[in-house]
Design a protein around this ligand. Sequence first.
Ligand code: PHE
Length: 350
Amino acid sequence: MSESATARVEHVRDDALAALARTESTEDLEAWRIAFLGRRGHLTGLLRAVGSLPPDQRRAAGEAANSAKSDLESALAERVDALAAGEGLNTGQDGAIDVTLPGWPAPVGGLHPTTLIVREICDAFNSMGFQVVEGPEVEWDHYNFEMLNIPKDHPARDMWNTLWLDYEDEAGETPMLLRTHTSPMQARIMEEQEPPVRVVVPGKCYRYEATDATHEWHFFQIEGLAVDRGITFADLKGTLYEFARLVFGQERRVRFRCDYFPFVEPGVDMSIDCFACAGDGCRICGETGWIEIMGAGMVHPKVLEGVGYDPNIYTGFAFGMGPERIAMLKYGIDDIRLFYANDLRFLSQF
Ligand code: PHE
């Protein structure tokens, strides 16, 4: 008989645990507690019945019923905790989770404004058939200057007074530096391939510079180069005009003025009409109605010769711009140092 009394206890215990696993609210838990552990609950009934068992069976049956009781009590406590921790569905009663509360924010990263503008500019040139190429930030004097028609003692080197590497060759020269512009990639690309060439080169540049709102000692440039038979200044103008309209709006006008860079001839600077005042003159354009956005020109015959291209057969144009400056104009950013100050209040706006 005690066999069947303990078996009954086991049976009730299993039923109770299965029912407990199905509870999902405080209400369910209370109903479960009444059904199994309450005054008229199933297990309570078995405990009471122990007294009416034959004396030799009472001990075993009593022990089984008491241990089942403590099992159920601790299972109940565990289930209460689990539901409170949100492991079950909740209906919002006392002690349950308020599902109407806002969740924890999961912060999502974003792209740096420089990355965004570099991509936008490269996309614009991509759509006109330019490939994107990258090059080394640590460069030889040879590419940064010599191949670009800037020999030693050329005054143009002063414009790029810069950061040299602590490395001397046999002649006691320091031939390596952090590149001052992306133009050395013009020579590197032409050395590597035959015309036609159509590339844009985004990348970081460095100059020994006193920083202020418009000067940083490190910044990006995007170089452009197109070389083929029969390329003329009209191609340069048409391509850069299209670029200005893609990035700054279809109604943009452009202006080219003579400028000097040793590796182009003729050289120009290109401006767009001020998108803020439409040319009337305002703070953004310094009251001139025009905003300078890049340097450009026809590739100098000496540069073509240097890489083994025959300047009587091939001509081309090159240009270089500062994407941070483009982003400053486009988004109304008034200090270039913001780009690299790592202030999330600035960065998260993009
Ligand atoms: N490399 C020049 C600079 O850093 C820009 C430039 C590039 C000008 C290509 C003409 C042609 O100022």
